[in-house]
Design a protein around this ligand. Structure first.
Ligand SMILES: NC(=O)c1ccc[n+]([C@@H]2O[C@H](COP(=O)([O-])OP(=O)(O)OC[C@H]3O[C@@H](n4cnc5c(N)ncnc54)[C@H](O)[C@@H]3O)[C@@H](O)[C@H]2O)c1
Length: 312
């Protein structure tokens, strides 16, 4: 079975590629290195079933030949312009990802792809209206460009299914963390700062909550979704249901790294920093078939990884 992964030099997609290669899939990964790194693919490159092409999925002329030549059975469309600060500062770059979504769906439909998997986000829920956030019943309140593009991506997938019978699975990722995550995200940012004894910066009082999903749980669940037809044409929250205040996360990281860092409070962000996140994870639990990794354990593994790269 052949799988195309877009954004393969990124954090989650590179781990996904490793997981699929381990299961015996042939993987073609593409990336334009907007936020990804060649180093993230070192493990994949050791496997003869892995190939990589540098290209921009938002350009039809660049991505179309890949479908003709590789003829994927499955496509994971994970390439996206990411990072809260970056997406707020460059909304037009975010909106250009709509072209990538259209390209992937049109090409997948023509090529007879069996299923397209899309990395949506908890951000589609926007400022929360109810808890826990349920895939089928919680209203979507997305307003910012990044969230609206993910929301529109979901609409595109459902429409292609309806009009052309192209099957999909939508993953709404809530904060996933682990080795290789870029420094734009809260856990990797805190760990890097703590390892260097620099201040951990928190927006406002730090009482906004998030849930954190370790990368291996994300990958196990998403690969099992591919292997189970019951999850075709479904939306699945991928996250944890253990809620933590950002201030408490900062204190935990300082403790686990034995750091001399202090917490520094910055003015609250004007937009984009939701007060609370909490998903229903019944679907994810069915896929995983085991308990999720405990945060302290996942943090320790992530700290070990970053310790090798960050100097005191
Ligand atoms: N990490 C999370 O907690 C989280 C939460 C919600 C959603 N997501 C989604 O999961 C996916 C992966 O995120 P990640 O955290 O691994 O980020 P990442 O930045 O590490 O990975 C994204 C990859 O996509 C590539 N890319 C971006 N635009 C591209 C383009 N036009 N053409 C080709 N490649 C392109 C980047 O270079 C990068 O390698 C993204 O779609 C993101 O929106 C992640």
């Amino acid at each position: 079975m052949k799988v195309l992964i877009t954004g393969v030099a990124g954090f989650i997609p590179s781990h996904l590629a490793e997981g699929l290669l381990e299961q015996g899939f042939e993987v073609l990964g593409v990336d334009n290195f907007a936020t990804g790194f060649a180093n993230n693919m070192v493990q994949c490159q050791l496997n003869p079933n892995f190939r990589f092409e540098e290209l921009n999925v938002n350009e039809l002329a660049q991505i179309a030949p890949v479908f003709n030549q590789f003829q994927p059975d499955y496509v994971f469309h994970y390439a996206a312009f990411v990072g809260v600060k970056r997406t707020l500062e460059s909304p037009l770059s975010v909106l250009s990802d709509i072209r990538g979504i259209e390209n992937i769906l049109e090409l997948s439909s023509k090529a007879g792809v069996k299923r397209v998997f899309f990395s949506s986000s908890s951000e589609v829920y926007g400022e929360p209206v109810e808890f826990p956030q349920n895939e089928d019943t919680t209203p979507l309140n997305s307003k910012l460009p990044y969230a609206v593009v993910k929301n529109l991506g979901e609409v595109y997938l459902k429409t292609f299914q309806k009009e052309y019978g192209l099957n999909y699975t939508i993953f709404r990722f809530f904060n996933t963390y682990g080795p290789r995550q870029s420094g734009d995200f809260v856990i990797s940012k805190f760990i890097k700062a703590a390892l260097q004894n620099k201040p951990l910066t928190v927006y406002g009082k730090g009482d906004q909550t998030r849930t954190f999903c370790y990368i291996s749980d994300n990958i196990t669940a998403t690969i099992k979704a591919l292997q189970n037809e019951d999850f075709a044409n479904k939306i699945i929250n991928i996250g944890s249901n253990s809620e933590l205040k950002i201030l408490d996360l900062a204190k935990k990281v300082i403790l686990l790294t034995n750091s001399k860092s202090v917490v520094e409070h910055l003015p609250p962000l004007k937009e984009g920093d939701m007060t609370r996140r909490l998903p229903t994870i019944d679907n994810m639990r069915k896929l995983l078939g085991k308990d999720l990794k405990v945060l302290d354990e996942g943090l320790s593994e992530t700290i070990e990884y970053f310790s090798a790269y960050v100097e005191d």
